[in-house]
Design a protein. Structure first.
Length: 243
């Protein structure tokens, strides 16, 4: 079967690194983005130049209709999705009492609702073929919780619950569902913490003494995608932050 991957939120950061590594490993890949069309098209052009089969598509993963259209386009241009990587996510640092209902809803709609929408869209063919892999991207804060990130941590904890429950449900159908929980990774998302805080985290809280790299998370995602006797697992990739 042709290997086709849909990677959500893949115009930059962990998603872009994952899309690139998958394409270079022989997958036909759809790069999904919501705002950074320039970055998505830049990555698409680079991978095409390298001889990879790739496309990019704009869709807000919280919008089920947009997701369904994206999956239809992927099926038409590349083939049926055999690997779904749910990487799209947003975060906001706030004390709990300051979280607006709209912010809470938006984080859940994108981070958890996005997983719901994409999985429902690709699942019918996977069920028909009795084959497929889904890798959801959570966070160490989904496993352990984080002060001033209650909304984000809650969504990421829910993704772990989704992963474990859906893995049990889909295993008899030959579909594997796993999760990668990154630690503090050097991406745009963590820059809000400030350079001083990031350096302090690396020095005092991460035994390996540095932030993770997007490429390192991409390798972990592909490992979980291709580990044929592994399902329902959460792989924490955090440089020893939590041991």
């Amino acid at each position: 079967m042709k290997k086709v991957a849909l990677v959500t939120g893949s115009s930059r950061g962990i998603g872009a690194a994952t899309a690139a590594l998958l394409a270079e490993s022989g997958y036909a890949v759809c790069i999904n983005y919501i705002e950074r069309k320039d970055k998505a098209e830049e990555l698409e052009a680079l991978l095409r130049f390298e001889g990879c089969e790739v496309m990019s598509w704009q869709a807000d993963v919280s919008d089920a209709a947009a997701v369904n259209e994206m999956v239809r386009q992927v099926e038409r241009r590349l083939g049926y999705v055999t690997l779904l990587v749910n990487n799209a996510g947003i975060a906001k640092q706030q004390q709990f009492q300051d979280i607006e209902p709209e912010t809470w809803k938006r984080l859940f709609d994108v981070n958890l609702g996005g997983c719901f929408n994409t999985i429902q869209a690709v699942l019918p063919h996977m069920l028909h073929e009795h084959e497929g892999a889904i890798v959801n991207v959570s966070s160490i804060w989904g496993s352990h919780g984080a002060s001033c990130e209650v909304a984000y941590s809650s969504t990421k904890h829910a993704i772990i619950g989704l992963t474990r429950s859906l893995a049990a449900e889909l295993a008899p159908s030959g579909i594997r569902v796993n999760c990668v929980a990154p630690g503090v990774i050097d991406t745009d998302m963590v820059q809000v913490l400030g350079q001083e805080t990031l350096e302090e985290l690396a020095r005092d809280a991460i035994p390996m003494g540095r932030l993770g790299r997007s490429e390192e998370i991409a390798k972990a995602i592909i490992h979980m995608a291709e580990a044929t006797y592994t399902t329902g697992q959460v792989l924490q990739v955090d440089g020893g932050f939590f041991t």
